[in-house]
Design a protein around this ligand. Structure first.
Ligand code: HEC
Ligand code: HEC
Ligand code: HEC
Length: 409
């Protein structure tokens, strides 16, 4: 608040300076733009504890190596980043170097934010300077040995971090370049959607082919028609990112959060730009042969489906647009990994509610109704019925998720 008033006082003087070489951090436009970029980059998603003050830190991130807590990035001088220079800030956000030279873990998406312009990053800082300072000490590093050794990140960075600003492609339109800039930078879509190697680095040769995270599977976004967005139009993609739903799908889990906190706040022009860029990704990902309807697991799955699922998703899997997602021909259902499907069947899900589509229909939990082999059978069935084709779901994968998700029998 203090800084907002300060900004009002100074804004009279700063309008002319806003377009100068360095962004004027007190100008309204810069602060407003910084707020826009901070929501595009979804800084609050990780840097806010559940029910806590925005940006005050404490949000837990499960990584394959253990838990990290996101630090306090409010302007509190003692426990936040109030005492940081802009240089410190840029170094953390774009190079993964924290205060005092400590290496940050790439759970902080500096590997993506490195593509942002310096002006956009400074604008985010200007915006963060205006949020309420909160005293909240966070000890981010909860990792077990040896992963708690930050020095190891030097080697990791050498292997997997490709620092550098976004380089526009002169052969593409301004709209495409804007979409690529947002997707590869602030929006860090690949953090969830690009497969990871054993060390948690992006497998760049498999850009956007889908990846497991936090007991979900973030699907393939390439141009593949069965697995990816090949059949989605630019309008379908923009509508999904704005409202969390379209004629193909309804967002759940981490994507519901990404829509609510980030993409639904983007301008229509930026959403369109992202969609235009995604539509140019070449098809990627391996397809599989459908399982025959005669196999015992498909028969078992078909019976469970008619009994438990068809009332909402309809017998032929077409669903009801806007209410019950389509399973037949759905790319989400045919991903190489069934984690998201098992997750939804075990835990149920409430579809995302956005300003543009305020009520979210719900999917009930089947954790008590169906055993592991029954969940695996019905998931295998929807992945291979109606012309769908995808690997069978394993009973063991169902048990693993049952254990990982809270409150399951
Ligand atoms: C996907 C989760 C995630 C997102 C999104 C994210 N951060 Fe972080 N951030 C982290 C984690 C985790 C750490 C701690 C990493 C560590 O200690 O190695 C961190 C560390 C930081 C630090 C270093 C703070 C310190 O005290 O050392 C800064 C500054 C920071 N983030 C700013 C931002 C900004 C600004 C944004 C948005 C542009 C952002 N973060 C988005 C997870 C995230
Ligand atoms: C925090 C992780 C995360 C981030 C960041 C993220 N996604 Fe997702 N996304 C997911 C998950 C998980 C799903 C699966 C959701 C479901 O099962 O309903 C998903 C689903 C989708 C789908 C639906 C695909 C389909 O076949 O049904 C699209 C499109 C999509 N994301 C695009 C994007 C774009 C574009 C961005 C960046 C602007 C993005 N996502 C950022 C995790 C993420
Ligand atoms: C009462 C209605 C209802 C029943 C019964 C039901 N579902 Fe759903 N299902 C939904 C709704 C609503 C969603 C969207 C919720 C969301 O995405 O968060 C959904 C989402 C899904 C999804 C995720 C698809 C996507 O595109 O996001 C799958 C997979 C799914 N259901 C499978 C099943 C299976 C298998 C059964 C039977 C075991 C079943 N459902 C029973 C209503 C239902």
């Amino acid at each position: 608040m203090r800084c907002v008033l300060f900004a009002i006082a100074l804004s009279l003087f700063s309008v002319a300076a806003a377009h100068a070489q360095f962004p004027d951090k007190q100008s309204f436009e810069v602060i407003e733009h910084g707020g826009y970029m901070a929501s595009a980059a979804d800084c609050a998603a990780c840097h806010t504890a559940p029910g806590g003050q925005p940006f005050a830190g404490g949000g837990a991130l499960e990584t394959p190596f253990g838990t990290l807590l996101a630090p306090n990035i409010t302007p509190d001088v003692a426990t936040g980043i109030g005492a940081w220079t802009d240089e410190d800030f840029v170094n953390a956000v774009q190079n993964g170097i924290g205060h005092g030279g400590a290496h940050l873990y790439p759970a902080m998406p500096y590997t993506y934010y490195t593509r942002m312009t310096r002006d956009d990053v400074i604008a985010v800082r200007a915006f963060l300077d205006t949020v309420r300072p909160i005293r909240n000490e966070v000890h981010p590093n909860q990792l077990p040995f040896p992963f708690n050794q930050r020095e190891a990140m030097t080697g990791w960075n050498a292997l997997y971090f490709r620092p550098g600003l976004f380089k526009p492609d002169a052969g593409q339109s301004a709209e495409w370049n804007r979409g690529a800039y947002l997707t590869q930078g602030a929006e860090h879509c690949g953090l969830c959607h690009t497969p990871k190697n054993a060390m948690g680095g992006d497998e760049n040769s498999r850009d956007m082919e889908g990846s497991v995270l936090q007991n979900w599977f973030a699907p393939n976004l390439t141009g593949d028609r069965r697995l990816g967005l090949g059949d989605w139009t630019v309008e379908d993609i923009a509508l999904y990112l704005k409202t969390g739903r379209n004629r193909f799908d309804i967002a759940s889990g981490p994507m519901a959060d990404a829509v609510t906190h980030s993409t639904s706040h983007l301008t229509d022009a930026d959403l369109r730009a992202i969609a235009v860029y995604l539509k140019t990704l070449p098809p990627g990902g391996a397809s599989s042969e459908p399982l025959s309807a005669d196999t015992p697991v498909m028969r078992q799955g078909a019976a469970i489906y008619l009994d438990q699922c068809a009332a909402c998703h309809t017998a032929n899997g077409a669903g009801i647009v806007g209410l019950f997602p389509r399973l037949n021909g759905s790319s989400l259902v045919q991903q190489r990994d069934a984690t998201s499907l098992i997750h939804v069947v075990l835990a149920g899900s409430r579809a995302v509610a956005t300003d543009a589509a305020p009520t979210g229909p719900a999917m009930p939990s089947f954790a008590w109704k169906l055993s592991n082999d029954q969940v695996a059978a019905v998931v295998t069935y929807i992945r291979n019925a109606w012309g769908n084709a995808a690997p069978a779901a394993a009973d063991g994968a169902v048990q693993k998720l049952r254990t990982a998700l809270p409150g399951n029998p």
